[in-house]
Design a protein around this ligand. Structure first.
Ligand code: 2RA
Length: 337
């Protein structure tokens, strides 16, 4: 498979390469794509070295699949150009997520709707992926009616500049600011930009993407907060169901769901934490307890590495599913030289 990684030198791009290697994705040729300043740089992959190219060059190389993590503007402009030469695009930006003609996919939840006509496929937002991985099995069993979610989002969701800002602040060094305020010893209730309704884009992604992927009837209200953490995003989730539930059944359901690891035992101080989710692909669920203030409602705590299942791994799992379904096949047989 000839695969292009667009945004190869960025934080998610690097994780994508790691995950492709870890999962032995069937690659015959890697096409690392980045901005002009990185063109020509050699990227090691599977014992070989591949030169970074720019977008225009990458399109002419006709990759079988291109996984984008290079911002919405780049996706809007270049995804259609790759699709026009036969490439299947899996895009990690928000550009195509709410496009009515594009599919928004978490393989374990709605991967079965993919068809050969899907040439641009959207990867959901990281906080949506981990939330819905926990909600999907419960929705099937009890019908989710309403979700109230507060997120505690890692600075890695913002990128290298934010990680550098925290490091500088901890070392007492001044430097470029990724945020309007210090992030060290602070929480910033502002992820992405504000909208007219008083929510941020990040908060409305949770609402809109939940409706598109799981069920239009589900009500979601979110508060997205940036915290000085690097291992992953955490979410405090309050879920009201249509039907009554038994807590033991809920725990068993989550325990038995592929892609979910239950870490839930207050007697041994067992619960998920981002520090221990880092570099793992599962979504970790714990602190499951009935909401005693309202019937048919529970609270839970959901943690995942936002760069892996929240971005790179989910995108690569989509590509793997397309291969499994016989939808994604190499455009040119044999190895690419
Ligand atoms: C964030 N989910 O955490 C967004 C983008 N990765 O900032």
């Amino acid at each position: 498979m000839r695969i292009a990684v667009v945004g190869a030198t960025g934080m998610v791009g690097n994780v994508m390469m790691e995950v492709l290697k870890e999962r032995s994705f069937p690659i015959t040729e890697l096409i690392p794509v980045a901005s002009e300043k990185s063109v020509g740089k050699m990227i090691e992959f599977g014992g070989l070295e591949f030169p970074v190219v720019d977008l225009a060059t990458a399109v002419t190389m006709k990759p079988d699949v291109a996984i984008f993590s290079a911002g919405g503007e780049t996706s809007l402009k270049w995804a259609p150009r790759f699709a026009a030469v036969g490439t299947t695009v899996i895009d990690n930006s928000s550009a195509w997520r709410m496009d009515p003609d594009k599919k928004l996919i978490i393989p374990e939840i709605n991967g079965d709707i993919l068809t050969a006509s899907d040439k641009i496929i959207a990867n959901p937002n990281c906080s949506t992926i981990q939330l819905l991985m926990a909600l999907a099995p419960l929705h099937k069993a009890y019908g989710v009616k309403r979700v109230v979610v507060s997120t505690y989002q890692s600075i890695t969701g913002t990128g290298v500049k934010a990680v550098q800002q925290l490091e500088n602040e901890r070392n007492g060094v001044s430097g470029e600011m990724a945020y309007n305020y210090p992030i060290d010893k602070n929480c910033i209730p502002h992820c992405d930009s504000f909208l007219d309704n008083g929510y941020t884009k990040e908060e409305m992604k949770l609402t809109n993407e939940t409706k598109k992927i799981l069920d239009q009837s589900i009500s979601v209200t979110a508060t997205a907060v940036r915290v000085p953490v690097v291992g992953g995003h955490s979410e405090a989730v309050n879920v009201e169901f249509e039907k009554e539930f038994d807590l033991a059944d809920v725990r068993k359901l989550l325990h038995d769901t592929p892609g979910i690891t239950l870490k839930d035992d207050p007697t041994t101080n067992t619960y998920p934490m981002p520090r221990f989710a880092e570099s793992k692909d599962d979504v970790f669920v714990g602190r499951i307890r009935r909401d005693e203030s309202q019937e048919k409602t529970l609270n839970m705590w959901v943690v995942a590495d936002n760069l892996r299942k929240g971005a790179a791994t989910n995108a690569i799992q989509i590509a793997e599913l397309l291969i499994e379904k016989g939808i994604l096949v190499p455009m040119t047989a044999g190895t690419h030289n």
